[in-house]
Design a protein around this ligand. Structure first.
Ligand code: ASP
Length: 340
């Protein structure tokens, strides 16, 4: 809209005052100067400085930055927010530091069952998958469900069959094994909740939200769920409106935290709805759900979000949240703790 207005004004000026042409063309070029925003998360939880060594911190910030740069490259060159968030999420899924793809947490049976979802704020199309065990990058399967099927959600074997039909990359389930995660499961089953390492890494889901140069918003989330979850348990991540939501009219949201609470509070959709129907700003809407409603319910976690004007927002009620952001006017930056 803003772009259109500037362009129309520029054309009117060119016609009426030819001597202004050069100046006006400059304005036009500037107006076209590319506006985009991207925000990512790598999970929320009891992330405290005293539990993280400088090497781990460096590694995590490095992966977050790599993910931001992958998405930004696409947005900068005029690519879509959908492509950008998939590129960003794939990097986090491939990193053992995060609870998604390689590095996913274990179920109580010692397996990895992965969930993911994606939503296109322009069309309100969405795709999601739950309980898959051989999909290397679950976010790419969620995207395929959205783009190539007439459904929104596939689970288990049906999702795996669809993946094979679509030529989505699969791996042996052992690909997801990460020793550190397995130790977390053993500790959780031994009820050793005093272990800093366990409490520290309770969550770790990944997600991304972006708005591209066309003003289209997209959001996506991918996870291994929660350590020691029961076989077949599905969290908020693949539930459209709970862990993920996007609507060009308001905002895009990706969540991380204790999924059962996020489902009951329909976190992602509620934030967008508060903007749409109550006229709240993105930060107000996010805080109303995350810092008030979820706190009341005792639901730990947080969200990342982008609104239709490109504003980026974080809101988390946990001690920390792995996160990062970048836009046309802001270099990539990352955060881990409450105070960065
Ligand atoms: N929300 C995820 C779930 O409950 C867990 C997380 O965010 O780490 O499955």
């Amino acid at each position: 809209m803003f772009k259109k207005l500037i362009t129309m004004t520029a054309v009117a000026l060119i016609v009426s005052t030819p001597c202004l042409t050069a100046e006006v063309l400059d304005i036009k070029a500037e107006a076209k100067e590319k506006r985009y925003s991207l925000v990512i998360h790598g999970g929320a939880g009891t992330i405290l400085k005293k539990h993280i060594t400088p090497e781990i911190e460096k590694r995590i910030r490095g992966k977050l930055t790599k993910s931001l740069l992958a998405g930004e490259t696409i947005l900068k060159s005029g690519g879509s927010s959908l492509d950008a968030i998939v590129a960003s999420i794939k990097i986090l899924e491939d990193s053992p530091e995060f609870n998604a793809g390689h590095g996913a947490v274990f179920t109580s049976e010692g397996k990895n069952e992965l969930d993911a979802s994606i939503m296109d704020g322009r069309t309100l199309n969405a795709g999601s998958i739950a309980g898959v065990t051989t999909i290397k990058n679950p976010i790419t399967l969620a995207r395929a469900v959205m783009d190539k099927s007439r459904h929104v959600m596939f689970i288990g074997n049906g999702a795996e069959t669809f993946a094979r039909e679509q030529g989505i990359e699969t791996v042996d389930p052992s690909y997801f094994y990460v020793e550190r995660r397995y130790q977390q499961l053993l500790r959780a089953q031994g009820r050793d909740k005093s272990s800093a390492y366990f409490s520290d890494h309770r969550f770790g889901t990944v997600g991304a939200v972006a708005i591209d140069q066309e003003g289209n918003i997209a959001a996506g989330t991918s996870t291994g769920g929660m350590t020691n979850k029961r076989y077949g348990r599905v969290g908020d991540v693949p539930i459209i409106g709970a862990g993920t939501y996007a609507n060009n009219k308001s905002c895009g949201v990706s969540a991380t935290g204790h999924g059962e609470y996020f489902i009951r509070a329909t976190v992602a959709r509620s934030i967008c709805a508060l903007m749409e129907y109550k006229g709240l700003s993105l930060q107000e809407a996010a805080d109303a759900i995350v810092m008030e409603q979820l706190v009341e319910m005792k639901g730990d976690g947080g969200i990342i979000a982008v609104d239709k004007d490109g504003n980026i927002v974080y809101s988390f009620n946990s001690a920390g949240m792995y996160r990062g952001k970048v836009s046309q006017s802001e270099k990539p930056s990352t955060g881990i703790f409450k105070d960065n």
